[in-house]
Write a protein that binds this ligand. Structure first.
Ligand SMILES: C[S@@+](CC[C@H](N)C(=O)[O-])C[C@H]1O[C@@H](n2cnc3c(N)ncnc32)[C@H](O)[C@@H]1O
Length: 207
């Protein structure tokens, strides 16, 4: 298999405009509910890191309006749209698993529909890093796959090749606890995606 990160970066570069439009009409209620949850628990002006921010959709816009937002993504074409649409935020092209933030420097980390594209062997290390970046009591709100699914490549997702992997929900919860998180809420939310019910595990956790 090609390097999973290259597949993901190339796929989202090719599909950047298409994905941005698709995201505006997909899982909208769920996206809004979890964005509001973050807005409700942190003070205005907080430092927020969005991992796998994509093209800066409604989540990024709402976070950037009230907070100091840094968005991180592998796809430069998606970031080009984000920079144009939301110039007030900082946008960084990087692999979330290799991103470096200072210890205890961030109030909240969000990752909506993006960790599903990170090889699952890297999840535990990412969780430990996020726990280190967050100040004590900081928030991590993210969606994950629900199934025990080793890395695989799908042809034709939004017209591109795409890599995904996930742990079973219980494994994700265990890895988060081992990284030092206290899980406040863990729910499987299922919404329609192009006529198919697709579940995601949503976790709200604190350091
Ligand atoms: C399904 S999109 C979600 C975009 C946005 N969070 C949203 O809610 O619409 C997944 C995003 O994660 C990014 N991504 C995947 N793996 C990544 C990684 N290792 N580091 C940074 N970004 C990554 C992709 O480039 C893509 O923009």
């Amino acid at each position: 298999m090609d390097d999973p990160k290259r597949i993901v970066a190339r796929g989202y570069d090719e599909a950047a405009e298409r994905h941005a439009a698709w995201a505006l009409r997909t899982r909208t209620a769920e996206r809004l509910a979890y964005t509001r949850l973050v807005l409700d628990v942190i003070e205005p002006g907080a430092r927020v890191l969005e991992l796998g921010c994509g093209a800066g959709g409604p989540t990024s816009r709402m976070l950037a309006e009230r907070h100091r937002l840094v968005g991180v993504d592998l796809s430069w074409r998606s970031l080009r749209i984000a920079r144009r649409e939301i110039p007030s935020a900082a946008w960084v092209q990087a692999d979330m698993a290799r991103f470096g933030a200072a210890p205890a420097s961030v109030d909240a980390v969000v990752a909506f529909y993006s960790i599903i594209h990170l090889p699952r062997e890297e999840h535990a290390g990412l969780f430990r890093e996020i726990a280190r970046w967050l100040r004590p009591g900081g928030w991590f709100v993210a969606s994950f796959g629900t199934r025990d699914a080793p890395g695989h490549v799908e042809d034709g997702w939004l017209g591109v090749r795409m890599y995904s992997s996930s742990h079973a929900a219980q494994t994700t919860e265990r890895l988060l606890r081992q990284a030092g998180f206290r899980i406040q809420r863990s729910r499987v939310e299922t919404e329609d995606e192009d006529g198919q019910p697709v579940p995601f595990l949503w976790i709200v956790a604190r350091t």
